[in-house]
Ligand binder design. Structure first.
Ligand code: SF4
Ligand code: SF4
Length: 328
C-alpha cells in the first residue's frame, strides 16, 4: 500500500514546504533562523509541486519558514503556480511585511493568510516575540479587509491565558477568521533541530490543571464556532497528551525542508533526510520504510498537524487518522 494512502483509501496528501528558514525576526524560543543551508530555488519548489502532483493526490500544502514573505515575488510566483494548478495551501507568515506594494500584491493573490494570534496582552521581555504578536494580528485583519478567502489565526496555548484564549477565539469568530489551536511543544531529543528546548518554554507551559480547563473551554467553544479547524478529539485529549507529548503519528504528512530534503514531520529530522523531493518519483517504497523507522524512534508529540489547516470537509476524518496512541 502506498505510504500516502490510509486504510479508508484516503490520500494523506498535505505536505509542508519550508520555503526558507531565513527570518526577519529573532523570537527568543526559536532557532530556525540559525540554520544555514543551500535552499531550493523558486523553480525547484514549483518542480516539487509538479512531482507531488504526479506521485500523490496532492491537494493542500502548508507553506512556512522562517519567514516566507522574504521570498517576495518568488512567493507570489509559487502562489500563482498553485492557483493555476488548483492546489489549496496555507501561507504562514509572521506578518512583518514592511514593503507595502508587495504586501498588497500578496493579499490580492493569496487565497490564504495564516498568522499567530496567541495573546491580546503581549508582555514580558521586549524581544521579537512581541512584534510577532502585533504584526500577526494586523495582517489577519488586513487580509480579511482585502477579501482573502481563508484567513487563519494560529493560537498556542499558554499558561494563565484560558479566559483570554476564549476571548481571542470569539473575536476571530465575529470577524470570520478561522482558528487553529496548538499545545506547546519542546525538543524531546536531538532530532529536533530548531524548536525550543523544554527549559525555554518552562515559564509558559500550562499546568495539567490548565490543560483540563483548556480542554473543557475549547470543546464548549467548538460547539458553536464553525471556524475552528481542530477536530473535537484534539481538544478532548489535551489533558492526556499535551504535557507529556506522547501521541504518535501513524501516517506520514510529508515535510520538505528548505534544502529539498525530507523530514518525518515539521519539527523533527530523521533518517528521511537522505531523500529529497526528487525521490518521490521512484523511491516511494524506500521512503515509506525509512519513515516508519523514524516514526518508531520518535518519542511522540501532540502536534495539531499542518494538514488540519485545510478547510476541506474531510478535515475531521484526516485528523482522526493522523495519530495513534503511543506504543508502550
Ligand atoms: S518563531 Fe517564526 S517569526 Fe519567530 S524567529 Fe522563528 S521563524 Fe521567525
Ligand atoms: S509522533 Fe510523528 S508527527 Fe509527532 S514528532 Fe514524532 S514523527 Fe513527528
Amino acid at each position: 500500500m502506498p505510504l500516502l494512502l490510509d486504510d479508508n483509501g484516503m490520500m494523506i496528501n498535505h505536505p509542508t514546504y519550508f520555503l526558507t528558514m531565513k527570518c526577519n525576526l529573532r523570537c527568543n524560543y526559536c532557532k530556525a533562523w540559525k540554520l544555514k543551508r543551500n535552499e531550493l530555488s523558486i523553480e525547484e519548489w514549483k518542480d516539487c509541486t509538479e512531482i507531488l502532483k504526479r506521485t500523490t493526490n496532492l491537494c493542500f500544502i502548508s507553506m512556512m519558514g522562517g519567514e516566507i514573505t522574504l521570498l517576495k515575488d518568488g512567493l507570489i510566483s509559487i502562489i500563482e503556480h498553485l492557483n493555476s494548478n488548483n492546489v489549496q495551501y496555507a501561507v504562514i507568515t509572521n506578518g512583518v511585511i514592511p514593503d507595502h506594494e508587495f504586501r498588497r500584491k500578496l493579499l490580492q493573490k493569496s487565497h490564504n493568510i495564516s498568522a499567530s494570534f496567541d495573546t491580546l496582552t503581549p508582555a514580558g521581555k521586549s524581544d521579537n516575540t512581541m512584534e510577532k504578536h502585533y504584526h500577526g494580528q494586523e495582517i489577519l485583519f488586513q487580509a480579511k479587509r482585502y477579501g482573502v478567502r481563508d484567513v487563519l489565526g494560529l493560537i498556542t496555548l499558554k499558561k494563565g491565558k484560558v479566559r483570554e484564549v476564549r476571548d481571542i477565539i470569539n473575536m476571530l469568530y465575529r470577524n470570520g477568521i478561522w482558528v487553529s489551536v496548538n499545545s506547546i511543544h519542546y525538543a524531546k531529543d536531538k532530532s529536533y533541530d530548531w524548536i525550543a528546548s523544554k527549559k525555554d518554554i518552562e515559564l509558559v507551559q500550562p499546568s495539567q490543571k490548565e490543560y483540563e480547563e483548556y480542554s473543557e473551554m475549547l470543546m464548549d467553544v467548538k460547539k458553536y464556532n464553525p471556524f475552528m479547524h481542530n477536530p473535537v478529539r484534539y481538544f478532548k485529549e489535551l489533558p492526556k497528551y499535551a504535557r507529556k507529548l506522547n501521541w504518535k503519528c501513524k501516517y506520514w504528512v510529508p515535510a520538505i525542508d528548505s534544502d529539498g530534503t525530507l523530514r518525518p514531520c515539521i519539527y523533527r529530522t530523521g533518517k528521511l533526510k537522505k531523500f529529497t523531493y526528487l525521490d518521490f518519483e521512484d523511491k516511494l517504497d524506500q521512503i515509506e520504510k525509512v519513515f516508519d523507522e523514524d516514526r518508531k524512534a520518535c518519542k511522540g508529540c501532540y502536534w495539531d498537524c499542518c494538514h488540519i489547516l485545510n478547510t476541506s470537509p474531510k478535515n475531521e476524518i484526516i485528523a482522526e487518522y493522523q495519530h495513534t496512541e503511543v506504543e508502550e
